[in-house]
Design a protein around this ligand. Structure first.
Ligand code: ATP
Ligand code: MG
Length: 692
């Protein structure tokens, strides 16, 4: 019929590899847009899944859907995160190996939702017993607790993860989930004391004030009004219509009992959370000598009670600084500004460490009590690449982390794939791609990288400033192609960079960082007498978090970025030892609205997520590969020449078999040790299609 659209015209193709036309940026975008308009948010590039955040629920994650995807061949159903999860699970069961699913994309693209849905899927479809039901509940309910303490409303996302999370789901020998383990990365604790316009503090504070019963509120000395707390209103949006703090509190409260929290744990934990709120309301004024004094003693009395520390010592610690000089201890009074600094430093320190304590505690409850543990599927959900109006130390760390993950992706897919063709002697036209290793090196290289330069400056307390740090950067990495200083930027007639800024050209775009506060945040020091107070606290969570060994001046603690660098390096090691699956999440618009597809925004993400390069490698390459011996072993029954035995060299048998089942010469290639098939038919596209 004239003018009628074919289904393909209307809904696009479900695997980009199947796009007929030359794969231009436009045709890629076009396919994504068509599908999005039809509520088809998932599309494959081979085995990689691209997901576009729909910002609405249209029944994609029902029990029926879960059952539909369970145990079904990857290519037989429309693309879905359940297909990715199911595939990882099935390969794990058959091949007895470990897997990870890396979910990436910028803030608000849907990573956390995806990781939660996958966890639900794995928990629901796997076999369970009564005992395992407990494990399942704990795995699922660890999420609301961690989100309450680790997520916050930002300008990009009403539920933005402000920490990185890697979770291993452990399976027993019967392939049922038997436990879990969470690694968390760098919680953004500066948010505890400061939020940008339109942003909130961590959800838990608002949930507590909205949801806690009167008894708890009066025990904590809190008022049911977030407007009363200085730490909660800096972003001027304590109330958000899309967030139901009261209801979320109920979920969190229930989750605590499931994940093994005693009443005492609960009280001590919320004693700390309430103390943070009280701390934020402490005001200082100046006495006649210019020294800080606490204006009103009521907050500090509450803190003293809740944290179990003597009032006078706490008071002294917030207004004085203890310095050790030649085995003597000197107590010097602080001015008002430094007292505020000390106050905020305690609030950040106790929140940050309590968060880590919480993760450990949850790990205790998720621990697989019946080893031997068998295989795992790891889920990685890390804060997305972030560009704000003003980008600070936190964005620098977040974006560095994203560089590392992009590097892993390149290593494990683009590079590994092309190297394999070379190794196997397959004729191959190399696909060009941008390798961001150069940016990772710029940040983390020993002695020469930005982190080392920052650490060096942190070793010169009293002398180094954010400006001297900038000057050092200029001197040492000033001519790096991915680094721009003010001078260079002006020369290139780019947008001017302020005198305290530096700019990095990340794989995902340029980001201008304001260097103010970098050294201080990297050092992350807490005055000695404040540490002493916390170490002696009667609150056992705090005592777990602060140890007397920290008072030893001879040991210099690692800086924040160096610690982060090491934990990322070990994460990469953990991932490299597993079989990968990738989900790339895309944010369709900045307004967080359903149905809106912003071409420019999506195009930008397609570009930096490296999707076109991935597609080109996939299209030019071979979706299926398998060692000759294994292939023959598995499929020899399909050809009378190879069944029941093939006596010659395996590759000859494989060739005979492949021809017999009807593959044309251009459809496959024989490598040194493996058979490669360009687009496998469902016959071979069973679980092992994933094997690289
Ligand atoms: P960040 O890096 O800031 O943590 P994120 O990628 O984890 O961002 P999410 O919190 O997962 O983003 O998603 C943001 C919001 O988008 C969710 O709160 C939800 O409203 C919506 N959303 C995401 N994925 C889906 C989905 N599959 N279906 C419906 N809505 C979704
Ligand atoms: Mg998230």
């Amino acid at each position: 019929m004239e003018g009628a659209l074919t289904a393909r015209d209307r809904v696009g193709v479900q695997d980009f590899v199947l796009l007929d036309s030359f794969t231009s940026d436009e045709s890629f975008l076009d396919n994504l847009r068509k599908r999005f308009k039809e509520n088809l948010i998932y599309t494959y590039i081979g085995t990689l899944l691209v997901s576009v955040n729909p910002y609405k629920d249209f029944g994609l994650y029902t029990q029926n859907q879960m059952e539909l995807y369970h145990g079904v061949n990857f290519f037989e159903l429309p693309p879905h995160i359940y297909a990715i999860a199911d595939n990882a699970y099935r390969v794990m069961c058959t091949e007895r190996n470990n897997h990870f699913i890396l979910i990436s994309g910028e803030s608000g693209a849907g990573k956390t939702e995806t990781s939660k849905k996958i966890l639900q899927y794995l928990a629901m479809v796997c076999p369970t017993t009564q005992k395992l039901q407990v494990v399942r509940d704990r795995l699922l309910l660890s999420n609301p607790v961690l989100e309450a303490f680790g997520n916050a409303k930002t300008v990009h996302n009403d539920n933005s993860s402000r920490f990185g999370k890697y979770m291993d789901i452990q399976f027993d020998y019967k392939d049922a989930p038997a436990g879990g383990h969470i690694l968390s990365y760098l919680i953004e604790k500066s948010r505890v004391v400061h939020q940008n316009q339109g942003e909130r503090n961590f959800h838990i504070f608002y949930q507590l004030l909205e949801g806690a019963d009167d008894k708890l509120m009066s025990w904590l000395g809190l008022e049911r009004n977030s407007q009363k707390y200085s730490y909660l209103i800096q972003g001027r949006c304590a109330k958000v219509s899309s967030i139901d703090d009261k209801n979320n509190w109920k979920t969190v409260r229930k989750a605590f009992s499931v994940i093994d929290f005693s009443e005492a744990d609960f009280e001590h934990l919320f004693g700390i959370i309430a103390s943070v709120l009280h701390l934020g309301n402490i005001q200082f004024s100046e006495d006649n000598h210019g020294r800080a004094i606490i204006t009103d003693g009521s907050q500090i009395r509450w803190i003293s009670k809740l944290l179990g520390v003597p009032l006078s010592i706490l008071q002294e610690a917030l207004t004085h600084r203890k310095i050790e000089a030649r085995s003597e201890e000197l107590l010097t009074p602080l001015d008002v500004e430094l007292s505020y600094y000390a106050r905020d430093a305690v609030a950040k320190a106790i929140y940050g460490r309590t968060f880590n304590w919480l993760v450990n505690k949850i790990n205790g409850s998720l621990a697989n009590k019946d080893p031997p543990k068998t295989n795992v599927i790891g889920l990685l959900d890390i804060y997305g690449f972030e560009v704000l109006e003003t980008n600070s130390f936190e964005q620098f760390c977040i974006n560095y982390c994203n560089e590392k993950l992009q590097q892993l992706f390149i290593e494990m897919t683009l590079k590994a794939e092309q190297e394999e063709y070379e190794m196997e002697g397959i004729e191959w036209e190399p696909v060009q791609f941008f390798n961001n290793k150069i940016i990772c090196d710029l940040v983390e290289q020993k002695h020469k990288g930005i982190i080392s330069i920052m650490d060096e400056e942190c070793l010169r307390p009293g002398e180094a400033t954010d400006l001297s740090f900038l000057a050092k950067l200029e001197e040492k990495v000033g001519d790096h192609p991915h680094f721009l200083t003010r001078k260079l930027a002006d020369q290139a007639a780019r947008k001017t960079i302020d005198w305290v800024d530096f700019r990095l050209i990340h794989y995902a775009g340029e980001v201008t960082y304001c260097a103010v506060g970098f050294l201080e945040k990297n050092n992350d020091l807490l005055y000695r007498n404040l540490k002493e107070v916390l170490i002696k606290s009667k609150n056992y969570i705090l005592r777990d978090c602060f140890h007397s060994s920290e008072l030893d001046n001879r040991k210099r603690p690692e800086t924040v970025t160096t610690q982060f660098k090491h934990s990322l390096a070990s994460l990469i090691e953990i991932l490299m030892a597993k079989e990968p699956a990738y989900i790339r999440c895309i944010k369709p618009n900045s307004a967080k609205q359903p149905g809106k597809f912003d071409d420019v925004l999506v195009q930008h993400q397609v570009k930096y997520l490296g999707l076109m390069e991935h597609l080109r490698v996939r299209r030019a390459g071979f979706a299926y590969r398998r060692k000759y011996e294994l292939f023959l072993q598995r499929y020899k029954a399909l050809c009378p020449d190879t069944w029941p035995h093939w006596r010659g060299p395996p590759e000859k048998g494989v060739e005979r078999l492949v021809k017999y089942v009807g593959y044309k010469p251009e459809e496959y290639k024989m490598g040194r040790t493996k058979l490669f098939i360009r687009f496998p038919r469902t016959l071979f596209a069973t679980v092992d299609a994933f094997e690289v």
